[in-house]
Design a protein around this ligand. Structure first.
Ligand code: FES
Ligand code: FES
Length: 160
């Protein structure tokens, strides 16, 4: 199959690559750009592990072809923060024990980020709803919701 040239920005850095039209965005990010923080589990749109932001909106990268991201701004977990400089969501997940094995965490953080950008005062119920498409096999979800509530408080304080 003929390759197609795409140009996109990932975590603030521009990339131009040739990809096969059938190449998934998840594989493109993980294998071509070596951004392995985006995780793959179900690979058919159910678990939310592969969630990234595409032009500010969450997307399942396992259901998105790389060519669909041509011209897009992508944010992956690597663009959120670093060990030295954690985003408030990352710090809150750490402090509130919002993760155990951590496999679901990158996708959870991306969904939570989208929520808090759109709704900084999200209620516990709204957080539950926003994360309903992200499955976690470890935590029981309560600590995740508490972590998002704590991050929301920090982010609101930072904006004041
Ligand atoms: S790996 Fe994409 S939704 Fe599960
Ligand atoms: S922390 Fe293990 S799957 Fe969520």
């Amino acid at each position: 199959m003929d390759s197609v040239k795409i140009a996109l920005t990932v975590n603030g850095r521009r990339h131009e690559r040739e990809v096969e039209p059938r190449r998934l965005l998840s594989d493109f990010l993980r294998e071509d750009l070596r951004l392995t923080g985006t995780h793959l589990a179900c690979e058919h749109g159910v678990c939310g592990s592969c969630t990234i932001l595409m032009n500010g909106q969450t997307a399942r990268s396992c259901l998105t072809f790389a060519v669909m991201a041509d011209g897009a701004e992508i944010t992956t977990i690597e663009g959120l923060g670093s060990v030295e400089n954690m985003h408030p969501l990352q710090a809150a997940f750490w402090e509130k024990h919002g993760l155990q094995c951590g496999f679901c965490t990158p996708g959870m953080l991306m969904s939570a980020l989208e929520l808090l950008r759109e709704n900084p005062d999200a209620s516990s119920e709204e957080i539950h709803q926003a994360l309903a498409g992200n499955l976690c096999r470890c935590t029981g979800y309560q600590t995740i919701v508490e972590a998002v509530e704590a991050a929301a408080e920090t982010m609101r304080g930072a904006e004041r």
